[in-house]
Design a protein around this ligand. Structure first.
Ligand SMILES: [Zn+2]
Length: 228
């Protein structure tokens, strides 16, 4: 579906990570056509609203940037209301809700996740500097999303707005943007599409709910999006 949101996505130019040049196509179009040869794979860069754009609070402590790049993606859900408001404004309000929860209730210095994906498919930066390091494809902001097995030191944490441990399924817009975002992260950091996990793989938690059951599909669609 072509909407204002997808139009705003920008072509990720070939060369960033050695991808071949090709025409820009929405991620969903590529996923629907897995027979496309790898050499014609293309990828659009997701449009990510920075902390400044959603009016984040400043962090209460220093942000640590690790020089070792991430080796995996860990998917989460935020256990917020499964809203039917798919607007960008709702994505920003939700980002502020997550930050308040993590700073005021958990006592953390900032949002624990690196990125948050709204039910309407709007992506917001989580912890400050996550977007700059992703864009550079260099360095990992030390997050607070998966304490098990030291994964905060190794993994990019992407969380999805909503609660998915009780039978709910993600809206199409959210799923498509998750695929696109994971593909972009994989390209930027040279992470194989097989290295996408769920929070429950490392901690005793129900997070990320049904997204965990959908990980094989997510890995497949990301692999297709990045051309193999
Ligand atoms: Zn989680």
């Amino acid at each position: 579906m072509l909407n204002a949101h997808s139009i705003r996505r920008r072509l990720l130019l070939a060369g960033t990570a050695g991808l071949a040049t090709a025409a820009a196509l929405p991620a969903a179009a590529k996923a629907a056509n897995p027979s496309r040869p790898a050499e014609s794979a293309s990828l659009v860069e997701p449009d990510i609203d920075s902390c400044e754009e959603w009016n984040a609070r400043p962090p209460s402590g220093s942000i640590s940037i690790l020089q070792t790049p991430p080796n995996k993606i860990i998917v989460h859900h935020t256990v917020s209301e499964n809203t039917s408001d798919f607007s960008r404004e709702q994505a920003h309000a939700h980002a502020r809700w997550v930050q308040d929860l993590h700073m005021d209730d958990n006592g953390w210095s900032d949002t624990g996740y690196h990125f948050v994906n709204s039910r309407g498919g709007w992506i917001t930066e989580g912890r400050h500097d996550s977007l700059a390091t992703l864009t550079a494809g260099n360095g990992l902001v030390l997050g607070a999303h998966t304490s098990g097995q030291g994964q905060n030191y190794e993994a990019i944490g992407i969380s999805n707005e909503g609660a998915y441990h009780d039978g709910a399924v993600p809206p199409d817009a959210q799923w498509e943007t998750l695929v696109l975002m994971c593909a972009y992260v994989c390209v930027q950091y040279a992470i194989p599409a097989t290295e996408i996990y769920g929070h429950m793989d490392f901690d005793a938690t129900q997070c990320p709910g049904i997204f965990h059951e959908m990980l094989p599909q997510l890995r497949d669609e990301v692999a297709t999006a990045i051309g193999g």
